[in-house]
Design a protein around this ligand. Structure first.
Ligand SMILES: [Zn+2]
Length: 210
């Protein structure tokens, strides 16, 4: 029973995530598992730089950020795998590029033993049978019974990204705000991403109303 050990971490991560979600709880177990596997290679966690790869934009990414300190902001959490969309993460030693990938193994989720967990990952939840929150509670209960038995891991050698040089800042010719310039940008007449999208009638994340 890992639950007793992980309970405080689950509460902390759910607090960060703000809403209750089965995926967050699973994510805590997955991070804990990957960390433990990495400990078998590198027992001293302070002796190397930990990096993480997350393969999904949903819940799991918050468990990584809360439990490992690898975040979007400090760039120890790599974002180049986010759109793969698998429920999986990799923790690795940045110095050796060796690490472990932990993933939700659908082949280990017995439909008869864990029907809601099965439905959760096979996108076959029956929302007519019960409310979303009831289904989530059932999914969580089943996961607590399953714990690591539905997870699998792979040892991986990570392809380290080319060291990205800090993008130089420029002042936008239109809004006069400082922004990080991309190498493809026009250095003589720099225009930020917002202003250039606006000029091309492309979707922008917000409109200024006053
Ligand atoms: Zn601008």
């Amino acid at each position: 029973m890992l639950y007793e050990k992980l309970k405080p971490l689950i509460e902390k991560t759910l607090g960060f995530h703000v809403k209750n979600a089965p995926g967050v709880i699973m994510g805590v177990y997955m991070v804990d598992y990957a960390y433990e596997l990495l400990d078998s290679l590198y027992p001293d966690r302070d002796s190397y730089v930990l990096n993480a790869i997350c393969e999904t934009r949903v819940c799991l990414i918050d468990a990584i950020q809360v439990l490992t300190g690898c975040t979007v902001g400090n760039k120890y959490l790599r974002l180049d795998a986010l759109d793969i969309g698998r429920y999986a993460l990799t923790l690795y030693n940045r110095d050796t590029a060796l690490g472990f990938r932990v993933y939700m193994d659908l082949g280990k989720i017995d439909k008869n033993v864990y029907p809601e967990l099965f439905a959760f990952f096979n996108k076959s939840r029956d929302y007519k049978s019960a409310s979303r929150s009831t289904l989530s509670e059932k999914t969580i209960d089943e996961f607590y019974k399953a714990e690591r038995s539905v997870l699998s891991f792979q040892k991986v050698k990570v392809n380290l990204p080319a060291k990205d040089d800090l993008a130089p800042a420029a002042v936008c010719a239109i809004c006069r705000e400082s922004f990080l310039i991309a190498c493809s940008d026009d250095l003589q007449n720099p225009v930020c991403g917002y202003c250039s999208k606006l000029a091309q009638n492309k979707a922008v994340p917000f409109q200024i109303t006053e």
